[in-house]
Design a protein around this ligand. Structure first.
Ligand code: NAP
Length: 267
């Protein structure tokens, strides 16, 4: 039996185990997906132990996405983003580190027919998700404006992302006037009916992706749809980051619909 899993803290309510195990069942892969909450001081030992025990792959979530960089061989994208959410132990050398959040967001955006090449994108949030999504959008050819509550973090990130600019949250309505894409990469809207963007700033030419997936329909997405924008909920990003990890680890085409059903059943 192959073992895959997730390390983070907390991981108790993670949706990744049912999502990945539904895919193993569908394709007849003899594998399990297990969650682990290692103590931060034993992270390196935990990773060495996983490798020694034959664990094939681990997803990584808060608070370890940055810390694992030091213990794996990151690919170029993970190195630029500065965070790893997928570790592959299957090679001969040291485990490799990847970031599938960026690809997950891009594949979620592909659900609506938005052309990112030359698009104007506004990313609200400059934390882990904001970093991955900003690099992903810039690599896809969009011009990215990053707005963050703590403004210096937006400038710091914009300095690293090709062609990007940094802003405070008050600038978002002006930035949105000519924008094609809006991404909420803050936790605003999670569990609470609030939005990081004033409703009046939203318009029908926007495609809006919310990284938040609890609830599925956030206030931002509701207000964006009311104004005629195309909307994509955070479960699509969660799904496609998992799809990318699954395909990397198993080499098989992921049964996307089965994984999507397993995910949405639990949201
Ligand atoms: P993080 O690294 O802790 O960053 C949090 C971000 O939210 C920062 O930009 C922070 O701004 C901002 N923020 C927090 N509270 C705020 C408030 N009250 N007003 C304005 N801004 C606020 O977290 P993360 O990993 O980036 O995650 C952010 C969200 O994305 C979470 O809801 C997470 O669940 C979601 N996410 C979803 C996926 C997916 O696959 N769908 C993947 C990753 C993350 P400051 O810098 O000012 O603190």
């Amino acid at each position: 039996m192959q073992v895959f899993g997730l390390i983070g803290n907390p991981v108790t309510h993670s949706l990744s185990p049912p999502m990945h195990e539904a895919a193993y069942d569908e394709l007849g892969i003899d594998a399990r997906y297990v969650t682990f909450e290692p103590d931060p001081v034993t992270l390196e030992t935990a990773l060495e132990g996983a490798d020694a025990l034959g664990v094939r792959g681990l997803n990584v979530t808060i608070p370890f996405k940055q810390d694992v960089l030091a213990h794996v061989e990151p690919d170029e994208l993970a190195r630029r983003i500065g965070a790893v959410n997928t570790i592959d132990f299957s090679g001969e050398g040291p485990p490799t580190g990847h970031n599938t959040d960026a690809g997950g967001a891009l594949r979620a955006l592909e659900r609506v027919d938005v052309d990112l090449e030359g698009a104007g994108a506004v990313v609200v949030g400059a934390g882990g998700a904001g970093r991955a999504i900003s690099f992903g959008l810039a690599d896809a050819g969009a011009t990215v404006a990053i707005a963050n509550r703590t403004e210096p973090n937006a400038h710091d990130l914009a300095d690293e992302v090709p062609g990007a600019s940094g802003h405070d949250l008050e600038s978002v309505p002006d930035l949105l006037a000519d924008a094609d894409v809006l991404v909420n990469a803050t936790s605003v809207g999670m569990e609470e009916d609030v939005s990081p963007v004033p409703a009046e700033a939203l318009h029908g030419d926007l495609t809006v992706l919310d990284a938040v997936y609890r609830p599925l329909e956030t206030r931002l997405l509701r207000e964006a749809a009311d104004r005629g924008a195309a909307t994509i909920d955070g479960a699509w990003m969660l799904l496609y980051q998992g799809v990318e990890a699954f395909e990397r680890w198993t080499g098989a085409d992921a049964p996307v619909e089965v994984m999507n059903e397993a995910l949405r059943e639990r949201l």
